[in-house]
Design a binder for this molecule. Structure first.
Ligand code: F6P
Length: 548
């Protein structure tokens, strides 16, 4: 059986009929699973046992169990870059690190210890700024996987931030982003962490350069040399130690990362330093423990009780069986407002591919377009389309049962909206119901005829509802690991390499070409690789700058 078979299998039944008039408690009991402190209700998915069975068969056929074991054992699953995929080992106990990494384990363990010491020293004031003051602000410079993980965790874990220390993340190459930071930072008490696996990413290097210039200018009148200032205020996280040193960061302030950790899976490494500096080692270790708990569940649970496997197979069913091109991530939680953006990279940069591991063109679709926004804001943005356009958009609702504020009435409303939206997306509203509602509201037949069809809603939209008791470092770690493993399983099913990202290379190459052309005098603007359209745009840009 192959993926295409799924499209023939789907009955496209209406979910609401699956509930036999919504009284089917057994379905809710059977279509839910708990793992690592999370609870997943998938009873509102448009699937029945007879459609689930072939999905589990598919998982067997692609040897999912073998692939899971291979990943955790450090096999080179990243076949194009010939690398292992071992972000999971970063959150495993040391004994497991030694088992998997062998000789390299000690470097990983030593790096963790070094990172923990930096955190303790900065938080306690043992390590201070060049002016002898305690650091007040941490500025993390990085983009993509060197940004999203830190960002989602910083905004999710505000209650765990240490007093007196603020975190800032700078990713975009737009100078406005850096300017916004300069306006609120005091160079003399700012610690900078440059995060870049390759230490060659254009945006990060440009931003690090202007931040360095800003800091050295601000502290120039002190009797400290630029080298002393950098040595006291700057850290880096990279596989490219030479480039980081070349940039001017002291070797002892550079924390390594390894090529077997993909950027978008690197929060658990020293990439997490800005986060650990703010929430402290205890909470950073709790984040890793939560992720490790999900790892253990993923490794040992039978597929039928395996939360990442179930979410992955439902995603394949919605994508390839039911033909739905998108996935909405709707955290009903202000603190998780950065999660949709994080998952856009984690999911779409991993599985947004169309050739298999052997380079053969696929004859089926892969990753959906992932989007989302925190609830209830999304209800006032795109939920109209989700309810009344012809498109059916599968949705993940994510909710913390316990409030993260003392405003209990607001939390009740948040929870009610979350449950109501999943119900409304599933039930919809038929023409007969719309007519009846209008009739009961006193509308006359002409009004009913005029309005009823405008008030119908398609329903039949499948959703997951993922619950956590409360949002804390442990549950956040489990949540992020859950999605990492879901994406891994989908990559195995789709037979794609989830761990490279060659698709970003062309844009980078053409970006360099455009910059080169821009540097030419107007009269010499030309290129053998850029279209007339782009050349005209470049001329317009240069003209606007006053470059004739
Ligand atoms: O988005 C492309 C990408 O290579 C990501 O995979 C990576 O997380 C990001 O750019 C930043 O790369 P680096 O950490 O090497 O600066």
């Amino acid at each position: 059986m192959d993926i295409e078979y799924l499209t023939k299998l789907s009955t496209k039944a209406r979910i609401r009929e699956l509930f036999s008039l919504f009284s089917d408690d057994a379905r809710s009991d059977n279509y839910s699973v708990s793992a690592a402190g999370l609870f997943l209700d998938y009873a509102k998915q448009n699937i029945v046992d007879s459609e689930f069975a072939p999905l589990f068969t598919l998982a067997e056929q692609v040897d999912l169990a073998g692939k899971i074991a291979a990943q955790f054992a450090g096999d080179e699953l990243n076949c194009t870059e010939q690398r292992a995929v071992l972000h999971t080992v970063l959150r495993a106990p040391d004994a497991m690190k030694h088992d998997v990494l062998g000789a390299e384990a000690q470097e990983v363990i030593d790096t963790e210890a070094k990172m923990a010491k930096i955190v303790d020293d900065v938080q306690s004031g043992n390590v201070r700024s060049i002016t002898g003051e305690k650091f007040t602000d941490i500025l993390a410079i990085g983009i993509g996987g060197s940004y999203y993980g830190v960002k989602v965790a910083l905004s999710a874990l505000v209650p765990y931030h240490q007093q007196g220390l603020k975190a800032h993340v700078l990713a975009n190459v737009d100078g406005d982003a850096a300017q916004e930071k300069f306006a609120k930072l005091n160079a003399s008490t700012t610690l900078v962490v440059v995060i870049s696996k390759t230490f060659s990413t254009q945006e990060t290097l440009l931003n690090a350069t202007i931040v360095k210039a800003w800091m050295l200018k601000a502290l120039a009148d002190s009797d400290n040399s630029p080298a002393d200032i950098i040595a006291q205020h700057w850290y880096a996280v990279s596989t490219n130690i030479a480039a980081a040193t070349q940039f001017g960061i002291n070797a002892e302030n550079i924390l390594p990362m390894w090529d077997w950790v993909g950027g978008r899976f690197s929060l658990w490494s020293a990439v997490g330093l800005p986060l650990a500096l703010i929430i402290g080692n205890t909470h950073f270790n709790a984040l890793k423990a939560g992720a490790h708990a999900m790892d253990e569940h993923f490794k040992h649970a039978t597929f039928e009780q395996n939360m990442p496997v179930i979410m992955a197979l439902l995603g394949v069913w919605n994508r390839n069986g039911l033909g739905y091109p998108s996935l909405a991530i709707l955290p009903y939680n202000h603190a998780l407002r950065a999660l949709p953006g994080y998952l856009q990279q984690t999911d779409m940069e991993s599985n947004g591919k169309s050739v298999d591991n052997n380079g053969n063109k696929l004859n089926y679709l892969t990753a959906p377009v992932v989007f989302g926004q925190e609830g209830t804001n999304g209800q006032h943005a795109f939920m109209q389309l989700m309810h009344q356009s012809a498109d059916i958009i599968p949705t993940d609702f994510i909710l913390s049962l316990a409030p993260t504020s003392e405003h209990l009435a607001n939390h009740d409303a948040l929870v009610a909206n979350c449950f109501a939206q999943s119900e409304a997306l599933m039930q919809g509203k038929t023409l007969a119901q719309a007519e009846q509602e209008l009739r009961l509201s006193g509308a006359d037949e002409a009004e009913i005829k005029r309005l009823a069809s405008h008030k119908t809603m398609k329903g039949n939209t499948p959703s997951n509802t993922l619950l956590m008791q409360q949002l804390d470092p442990k549950s956040l770690g489990a949540l992020l690991a859950l999605y990492e493993h879901k994406i891994f399983v989908q990559g195995v099913i789709w037979q794609v390499n989830s761990y490279d990202q060659w698709g970003v290379e062309l844009g980078k190459q053409l970006g360099k070409e455009v910059l080169n052309v821009m540097a030419k005098p107007m009269a010499e603007i030309d290129s053998t690789t850029l279209s007339a359209s782009s050349l005209a745009l470049i001329r317009r840009y240069k003209h606007n700058l006053g470059n004739s």
